[in-house]
Unconditional design. Structure first.
Length: 489
């Protein structure tokens, strides 16, 4: 190697080292700023082109959009895009043209950057904290995404598009709304002045194909023994309450429980926002309605429960009781409408009963506590508690039978209980096992001709590991150790 080449290499190494020292002395935010600036400039140019073309498409398509829908509308929009991209000076490279057109179609016909997330089967929840801050939930854990709306204007347009599709409205006078997408996904939107830093959109997705009992068994949420018992209870028209926290899968479990209802029965569902996906042929879906801008026209779940009693129901399914409708639900269960299913927010079966008592008192009647508890005991047969584990798994942690009233105390007996076990790789483990106690509801099921094998209620025999046996082995004391207490006496 020539001397000049060696000197050039040394100079290059010194220059890189000096640049590295200067970058290391800079704060992290300053070091990232040039890269972020370049990235933001490219994103701004891309967004400006999309905004320009989208405005031209809307201007050209406005007279015809009302008369078109579905594939016809999509075809017209694509043709308009081709004409505008050829006519206008839009600086998009040929390699990026396909992506540009796809995003424009999503913005014009769909929900913009939400479309790929809604189509992703691994995403269970979408959370938009701002137009450029979108998070998703996968396998019970939260992850940020690279997607973003063009600006806050497009973000608000998507929210209004979702809300208006179900006849709701969102503005400063009504800044909070629950809605749903065409596929049944639940949507909650809240905007200023209630949301201090801008509009917030939350979408809880549901599977395109409703889950079945075998799916919950494969997920580890249920066991085969639990599925057998729950199917017998639903067929035997026992009233079941699904209890759990937010995002634990109460609606999913309620859907699967409803799949055990025989096809010949008339089922009426009552919800705040329609989420249930029942597969029976004879289902009537009712949905509550909030008040309008003038405060008129509100229809509460309680009103729908009362009205459903006049609709000749075989089963009444309330998506969730959260207020005075708890009293009407208990009354329906106690007046011949057996086999009803509902959910409630609670941390344990005992807490679920306490919440029911509180919600009954919200009806405005000055009822004694014992009378309320008698209504609860005679109405409910089974409480299923659903929880989310620290690693994101959703599991049934308890199945509890409501046995009766002793004094003023409601007697509860666990039929199945989740026990924690050592997991692999530091993750918590566990399983749902029978407690070994035979529930009273078995006698009622047998009187209806529904047999439940006794083996499903047997508690598993725990065999200690050899290492545990070594640790528990009794040690024989030496003669000297035995003699010391004698000397002390």
């Amino acid at each position: 190697m020539k001397l000049s080449e060696k000197l050039a290499i040394l100079e290059e190494e010194e220059r890189r080292a000096s640049q590295g020292d200067s970058m290391a002395s800079m704060p992290p935010a300053a070091r990232r700023r040039p890269v972020k600036a370049r990235t933001r400039r490219g994103a701004d140019h891309w967004d400006a082109n999309k905004r320009k073309v989208l405005d031209l498409v809307r201007e050209e398509m406005a007279p015809r959009m009302a008369a078109l829908s579905g594939p016809a509308l999509a075809g017209e929009v694509k043709e308009a895009l081709d004409r505008i991209l050829q006519r206008e000076d839009v600086q998009v490279s040929p390699l990026e043209r396909r992506k540009f057109v796809r995003e424009l179609i999503q913005d014009a016909l769909g929900y913009g950057p939400l479309d790929p997330l809604l189509q992703d089967p691994t995403v269970t929840e979408i959370m938009c904290n701002a137009f450029d801050d979108i998070w998703v939930e996968r396998e019970g854990r939260l992850h940020p995404t690279d997607g973003a709306f063009t600006d806050d204007v497009q973000y608000r347009q998507v929210i209004e598009k979702i809300v208006s599709a179900v006849g709701r409205r969102i503005d400063e006078s009504s800044p909070m709304v629950d809605a749903r997408l065409p596929d049944g996904s639940r949507v909650n939107a809240i905007m200023p002045p209630l949301a201090l830093h801008g509009s917030v959109l939350t979408i809880r997705k549901f599977a395109a194909d409703p889950f079945e009992a075998k799916d919950l068994v494969n997920f580890g949420t249920w066991t085969m023994d639990l599925a057998l018992v729950l199917e017998a209870c639903v067929r035997g028209k026992l009233n079941v309450l699904v209890s759990g926290g937010t995002g634990t899968g109460k609606t999913t479990n309620l859907n699967v429980l409803s799949s055990f209802i025989p096809e010949g029965e008339r089922v009426i569902t009552i919800e705040d926002s329609a989420e249930l996906q029942l597969q029976q042929p004879h289902v009537v879906n009712l949905e509550a309605r909030p008040p309008n801008a003038e405060g008129q026209g509100e229809v509460r779940i309680r009103d729908l429960v009362k009205n459903s009693l006049r609709m000749r129901p075989d089963r009444i399914i309330v998506g969730e009781v959260r207020g005075a409708e708890a009293l009407d639900m208990l009354q329906a269960m106690n007046t011949g409408h057996e086999g009803s299913l509902t959910t409630v927010h609670a941390n344990s079966p005992r807490d679920a009963l306490s919440r029911l008592e509180t919600m009954v008192l919200m009806a405005g009647y000055d009822l004694p506590v014992r009378a309320i508890r008698e209504q609860i005991v005679s109405a409910l047969h089974l409480i299923m508690q659903v929880d989310r584990m620290p690693d994101g798994r959703r599991v049934v942690t308890a199945v509890t039978e409501v046995q009766g009233l002793e004094g003023d105390v409601v007697l509860l007996q666990d039929v199945f209980r989740y026990r924690m076990l050592p997991g692999e790789g530091g993750r918590p483990g566990g399983e749902l096992v029978a407690t070994g106690l035979r529930p009273k509801l078995v006698d009622r099921l047998e009187s209806l001709g529904i047999e439940v094998p006794a083996k499903v209620f047997r508690a598993p025999v725990v065999t200690p590991e050899p290492s545990e046996l070594r640790g528990r082995r009794a040690r024989v004391p030496s003669p000297r150790e035995l003699a010391e207490p004698e000397r002390a006496r």
